[in-house]
Design a binder for this molecule. Structure first.
Ligand code: FEO
Length: 411
């Protein structure tokens, strides 16, 4: 198979280990997640006997990848031959070019988890008869002075996901876990303002890891019990910056997965038809703020659900508002409600919730919103529906609801 190739540089992480990934500067939507570019990180490890590639890239995105691989081989002065692929995950932003690698190097050995094999064969029909080497926690592979130890990591973030530790260098190749969807010209955590890095990791966690929160602490404990935390020097995920300070991201994951974040915050998520529900939201927000509690507002007419849920992650309560339309919540709120149910924030903690909205006929929006939020693991503590436009008294009552719930959640 002939592959397109773009002149591009490999980035040396430590001796014999290179980043050979792809910078996708232009992606703005990744299955519903809004982003401003991302990277598909892959790594090339030069052992004395063999060369191993860890993960690969989207189909059609491989010309940078091949350019960087070529550059890494030239820098090392080695024969251009990949002997081993470690495929940590099957989603095609990390496996889509495996067929190109196998076509170029037919003798290559591919290592993956047992759960990954059928997925890879499904995604890549050209490999339907290929013999994969399936590995599990505790298995290892020596390529000559470089030893990989494998750790199954199911649901971090897919059932097939796997971590690979490069023992001599203390680098954990974690695939999607610990990633961030950002695309910068530099590769390391130390190249970025920690606030920007934390924000990118927080959004990534909220949207991609929340469901697996109960597994996060257990996996970190397992890594420790295997002796891998003691030797850990770097975490190299498949998206975003490489952590030269692993405790930075491990501490954040511990915090987010257990709901042990600092501060008091309430996130509002709402839509409106004729501004009545919007005015209720504003009045409730005033009440929340009167208690010194931070407010984040998401107007779903324009705002993005992946941003809204990022603030839900470290909020102690959410206020969800939608007017009634034909006995149900106004559809503008439907996408994010569906998404809250998918993410299962109740896996982390039971956050409080308030539902509200205006109605013209019989109402019903608040009842449906409350049932949906209870099903998603929230505790609904207040419901407020009103007819048509809020009166001054209604707005005062909204203010008091905001104040009351803020008092409930304050440390
Ligand atoms: Fe599970 Fe970055 O894909």
């Amino acid at each position: 198979m002939n592959c397109d190739i773009m002149k591009a540089d490999a980035y040396k992480i430590v001796d014999d280990v290179y980043w050979v990934g792809v910078l996708d500067w232009d992606i703005r939507d990744y299955h519903g997640y809004s982003l401003n570019g991302t990277t598909y990180n892959c790594y090339l490890v030069f052992g004395e006997d063999k060369v191993a590639l860890i993960d690969n890239v989207y189909p059609g995105k491989s010309e940078q990848f091949w350019g960087r691989i070529k550059d890494a081989f030239e820098k090392e002065g080695r024969e251009f031959k990949i002997d081993v692929v470690i495929q940590n995950h099957i989603e095609n932003d990390h496996s889509g070019s495996l067929g190109e690698v196998v076509a170029k190097f037919p003798d290559v050995e591919v290592y993956c988890s047992k759960k990954a094999e059928p997925g890879l064969k499904n995604h890549l029909p050209e490999l339907a008869d290929f013999e994969f080497n399936t590995v599990k926690t505790g298995d290892s592979l020596d390529i000559g002075g470089k030893t990989f130890q494998f750790v199954n990591a199911p649901m971090l973030h897919w059932p097939d996901s796997m971590f690979t530790m490069l023992m001599e260098d203390g680098i954990l190749f974690s695939n999607d876990a610990f990633g961030q969807h950002i695309c910068l010209s530099e590769r390391l955590d130390t190249d970025v303002d920690p606030v920007i890095l934390t924000e990118a990791a927080r959004k990534y966690y909220a949207n991609l890891i929340t469901l697996a929160s109960p597994m996060v602490g257990r996996k970190i404990e397992e890594l420790a019990s295997l002796g891998l935390v003691d030797i850990l020097k770097m975490i190299a995920p498949c998206h975003g910056q490489i952590f030269t300070n692993p405790s930075f991201i491990l501490d954040l994951y511990t915090k987010w997965s257990t709901g042990s974040y600092e501060g008091n915050k309430i996130t509002f998520i709402y839509d409106t038809m004729h501004h009545s529900t919007q005015r209720m939201a504003y009045a409730m927000a005033e009440g929340v703020m009167s208690e010194g509690v931070e407010v984040k507002m998401y107007f779903m007419h324009d705002d993005d659900k992946s941003d809204a849920v990022t603030d839900v992650l470290d909020s102690k309560a959410i206020f969800v508002g939608a007017p009634t339309m034909m006995n149900n919540p106004f559809p503008g709120i439907g996408d994010v409600m569906y998404y809250l149910n998918c993410l299962s924030f109740g896996n982390i903690e039971t956050k409080k919730a308030v539902v509200f909205g205006s109605k013209g006929w019989a109402g019903g929006s608040a009842r449906v919103l409350a049932a949906n939020l209870e099903g998603a693991g929230f505790e609904v503590v207040e419901q407020k529906e009103l007819d048509f436009k809020p009166s001054e008294e209604d707005l005062e009552e909204c203010y008091e609801i905001g104040k009351k719930v803020a008092q409930m959640i304050k440390d």
